[in-house]
Design a protein around this ligand. Structure first.
Ligand code: MRU
Length: 362
């Protein structure tokens, strides 16, 4: 397992994903403000990973500020939580983890600041451990939909780098390989930031899984030739009707897969479900800077006066999703009913402790 985020003695240690695959460099973030910047810049990225990282950052912030008078300490933590929560808008895991930490804090308002910091550290570690367990359960459930010899197409990076654990979609592929399923992977390069070419390829190589990188515009051709058996991707937020927000380009793949009769699977833990949100069109899609599209890895490739659009995610409508692999099992259509049954039967919000704020979970 790749250790992408860790709560150290001096701060939150993250693997700088901007530098991969060429350099494996860990940086230690000692304040919430530094973590906000790390999340915005994709130093740490992927829906579950930014949730874990934000929880760790709040625990670190509490430790850093524990010498302050109690009222000031609490006000600073409120401010840090708001900044972390707003660092990126689309992945619900971020808001979920911050809200859970702050809900825990609200139960402790009377305590000594040092004790509060210690308890917040425990809560952050609990989020981290639950995240690991959810990943593992997803990997096991996914074996049901990954046949031996499957040629799988994946998009962006939903591996250990993206979850601070084993990974969801990519974790499942690697797990299937470890179980002897002899899978191979088509890795979409995932423009503009190349999470597929840089990160997914790196993780698959380390795990010894056969793969080929393809440019994003090659998927349709491979599907038309019968060279793709299934598509498996992660998610940043799933609405109550089963609409799935994920990396830009996911919707295109889902339409192509539907046209070619290829199963389109989504893997996500319960912390990615936002069942308070009826439909995917209500999901806020992050718009990033034009320069990411106008150049490749910082090198400008377009005319000086060229302009661009850069939506970082898109929404795949539920009817295009064959099933969602969660830590609780595989949810099959109709997804709205399957998600409602999961919410009714299981604990709420990937652990039941998410606080309101309009962005709940299951
Ligand atoms: O912009 P990124 O790299 O954070 O986007 C990540 C994705 O879209 C992943 O597919 C998603 O977060 C799922 S990770 C298990």
């Amino acid at each position: 397992m790749t250790e992408s985020v860790r709560l150290g003695d001096e701060g939150v240690v993250v693997l700088d994903q901007r530098l991969l695959p060429h350099e494996e460099k860990y940086v230690c973030l000692t304040s919430a403000a530094e973590m906000v910047e790390a999340i915005r810049s994709l130093t740490v990225r992927g829906a579950p990973a930014i949730g874990v990282a934000a929880a760790f950052a709040l625990a670190q912030e509490a430790r850093r500020l524990a010498g302050l008078p109690r009222e000031e300490f609490l006000a600073c933590l409120d401010e840090a939580a708001a900044a972390l929560r707003g660092a990126r808008p689309t992945a619900v895991n971020l808001a979920w983890a911050v809200d859970r930490m702050m809900a825990r804090l609200r139960t402790l308002r009377a305590g000594d600041t040092g004790e509060v910091a210690a308890i917040l550290r425990e809560e952050a570690m609990a989020i981290y451990r639950e995240n690991l367990e959810m990943d593992l359960r997803i990997c096991r459930h996914a074996l049901e939909i990954i046949p031996a010899g499957a040629r799988i197409l994946t998009h962006c990076n939903a591996g250990g780098l993206a979850t601070a654990g084993y990974g969801t979609a990519l974790g499942a592929i690697i797990y299937a390989h470890q179980q002897g399923r002899r899978v191979s992977v088509w890795v979409d390069e995932t423009r503009p930031l190349l999470q597929g070419a840089r990160l997914t390829a790196w993780e698959l190589g380390r795990a010894g899984v056969p793969y080929r990188v393809i440019a994003d515009n090659m998927a349709g051709y491979l599907m038309s030739r019968g060279e793709v058996d299934l598509v498996l991707v992660g998610a940043d937020r799933i609405a109550a009707n089963g609409d799935v927000a994920n990396k830009i380009g996911t919707y295109t793949l889902a339409v192509l897969a539907h046209h070619h009769g290829i199963p389109f699977w989504v893997a996500a833990p319960r912390s990615t479900l936002d069942l308070g949100l009826p439909r995917g069109e209500q999901i806020v899609i992050e718009e990033r800077g034009e320069e990411e599209v106008l150049g490749v890895l910082g090198q400008r490739v377009t005319p000086a006066d060229a302009r661009a659009r850069n939506p970082a995610f898109d929404v795949t409508p539920a009817p295009l999703v064959s099933a969602i692999i969660t830590d609780e099992g595989i949810l099959r259509p109709p997804l709205d009913r399957a998600l409602a049954a999961l919410a009714a039967g299981g604990e709420a919000g990937g652990g039941g402790r998410a606080a309101g704020g309009g962005e709940g979970n299951a």
